[in-house]
Design a protein around this ligand. Structure first.
Ligand code: 3PG
Length: 199
C-alpha cells in the first residue's frame, strides 16, 4: 500500500464545480509544496477530477466524503490513492483493505476509534472537529489511544489550525480553508499559491 505523505501536515479539500480547474489547481498545490488533495464526492465531477489529477506527476490524490461502497470502487477505479469518509463505514473499510488503498475513516467517539482500530486503521479523521470539542476532545482520546493519530476537519480555519498542529498526535489538519473559495471561484491561481505558502 502507498501511504499518503502529507507535506506540511495540511490536507487540502476541494469540491470541483468543473473539470477545467483540475490541472491549474494541481499545479498550484505542487508549487506551493503541499502536493496532496482530497476531492470530495459532493459533485458530479469527483471521479473525473480524480482521473485527471491522478495522471499528473508529483501529486497524490484521494477521494473524500466517500459514503458508499459504490463511491469507493468508483474512486479507486479513477485512480484515488486514498479514501476519506466523514464516519466509519465497514463497507468502505473492507473495499479499501481488499484493494490495498489507504483509508481514513471519520470518528468522534471512543467506540468509533475502537472499531476503526479493530480494522487496523491508525490515522483517523476527526469530524466535525470543532462541533465535537475540537482539540480538547482529541486530547482526551489520545490518553487511551496513544497510537492513533488524527486528522481533524470541519471548522478548521486560519485562527485555530496552528493550535492543532502543535500536537504530535495530529497527523494533519484538513478542510476547505486551505483552498478558499474566493481564490477558486476567481481562478486566482497566483493568489492561491501565495496564500498557501503563507500558511
Ligand atoms: C470535510 O468533509 O472534511 C468537511 O466538510 C470540511 O469542513 P470545512 O469545510 O469546515 O473545512
Amino acid at each position: 500500500m502507498n501511504h499518503l505523505k502529507i507535506y506540511r501536515r495540511l490536507l487540502p479539500l476541494v469540491t470541483f464545480q468543473n473539470l477545467e480547474d483540475c490541472k491549474p489547481l494541481a499545479s498550484v498545490l505542487i508549487h506551493a509544496g503541499i502536493p496532496q488533495l482530497e476531492i470530495a464526492f459532493r459533485s458530479e465531477y469527483a471521479a473525473d477530477a480524480i482521473r485527471i489529477i491522478s495522471e499528473i506527476d508529483g501529486i497524490q490524490v484521494g477521494a473524500g466524503t466517500v459514503l458508499t461502497n459504490h463511491q469507493a470502487e468508483e474512486a479507486i477505479a479513477a485512480g484515488a490513492s486514498f479514501l476519506i469518509s466523514p464516519g466509519f463505514s465497514e463497507d468502505v473499510a473492507k473495499t479499501a483493505i481488499r484493494k490495498n488503498v489507504e483509508y481514513f475513516p471519520g470518528v468522534v467517539t471512543p467506540g468509533e476509534v475502537m472499531k476503526a482500530s479493530e480494522y487496523g486503521f491508525q490515522t483517523l479523521k476527526f469530524f466535525p472537529a470543532e462541533s465535537y470539542g475540537g482539540l480538547k476532545t482529541i486530547q482526551s482520546l489520545h490518553g487511551p489511544f496513544p497510537n492513533i493519530t488524527f486528522i481533524p476537519t470541519g471548522g478548521i480555519n486560519l485562527d485555530n489550525y496552528k493550535s492543532y498542529l502543535k500536537q504530535s498526535y495530529i497527523a494533519a489538519v484538513g478542510g476547505s480553508f486551505i483552498i478558499p473559495e474566493e481564490f477558486l471561484n476567481s481562478r486566482n491561481w497566483t493568489g492561491l499559491e501565495s496564500y498557501i505558502r503563507s500558511l
